[in-house]
Design a protein around this ligand. Structure first.
Ligand code: UDP
Length: 253
């Protein structure tokens, strides 16, 4: 296969130059990290599962009119995406309290929130991705008020859609993290959902048993991560044919 130009390598994915201008190839690795990369591991098959799951969620969003960067899946680990300028803010929507909101406000894990709560975090590993207000984002030029309004709208529509999709297979969408990108069309810009949507970036709990089926399995050593992701893919009917059993994660630490 011809060598391609690698443009960026992150913790879980690699971006290569795409076949057409304005496109990229997104490659899903098996690497898992948590706690700002203090914990590292390799989970065989995770990249293949996340490629399928992100394809499934992003194409669903495209179908209902929520724009995303996703164009098509190329193979087991790669997808063709639109090149975007990533806004340096992570957008989190929470339906149920878990993770950092519990520590921040002393809320019990599992408490239902009175309404979906949208939060922004600055994408900055050195600072540990701090929570930021809209005032910070505007004052420091990370996004404008129009961008923030549009980001909230995209995040809430995505949350509603994904909550419904997961509910249909007996899974609760506890929270999700989105990254949003700008696409330029001459002088005009559009915002689209970018990066990935997968159990690496959402919390997903089985409704009947409350079993965690997301990256908390890796973060908190709750069992076999690939098995949990395989269960989600199986319920959604997107299990790749060559993944028949999950493999134990190798935690490097
Ligand atoms: N999340 C993510 N990347 C990050 C931080 C959070 O994908 O760098 C996701 C996380 O998996 C969860 C949601 O965003 O689904 C909310 O995460 P939280 O703020 O609770 O942070 P945590 O304490 O879990 O890192």
């Amino acid at each position: 296969m011809a060598r391609r130009k690698k443009l960026y390598e992150g913790k879980a994915k690699i971006l290569y130059e795409g076949p057409e201008p304005g496109t990229l190839v997104q490659y899903f690795k098996d690497d898992a990290t948590a706690f700002n990369s203090k914990k590292k591991g390799v989970v065989d098959g995770k990249g293949v599962l996340n490629n399928r799951l992100s394809e499934y969620f992003m194409s669903g969003l495209n179908t209902i009119g929520v724009p995303t960067h996703f164009i098509k899946r190329i193979n087991m680990r790669e997808q063709l995406i639109q090149q975007v300028e990533i806004i340096p803010l992570e957008v989190v929507v929470r339906n149920i309290a878990a993770g950092s909101i519990c520590e921040r406000f002393g809320i019990e894990e599992g408490a239902a929130l009175p309404r979906p709560i949208v939060e922004f975090f600055l994408k900055n590993d050195e600072l540990g991705d701090p929570l930021v207000s809209e005032e910070h984002a505007i004052a420091f030029g990370w996004a404008g008020q129009h961008d923030l309004d549009e980001m909230i709208a995209l995040a809430l529509r995505s949350n509603d859609f994904l909550s419904g999709v997961m509910l249909a297979v007996g899974i609760r969408l506890v929270d999700l993290k989105l990254e949003i990108g700008r696409v330029w069309d001459g002088d005009f810009q559009r915002l689209v959902v970018a990066d990935e949507i997968s159990p690496d970036s959402c919390r997903l709990w089985d409704i009947d048993s409350s079993r965690k089926l997301d990256k908390d399995v890796f973060r908190r050593d709750l069992g076999n991560l690939a098995e949990a992701y395989t269960e989600i893919a199986r319920r959604l009917g997107v299990l790749p044919s060559n993944i028949t059993h999950a493999v134990k994660p190798h935690v490097i630490n």
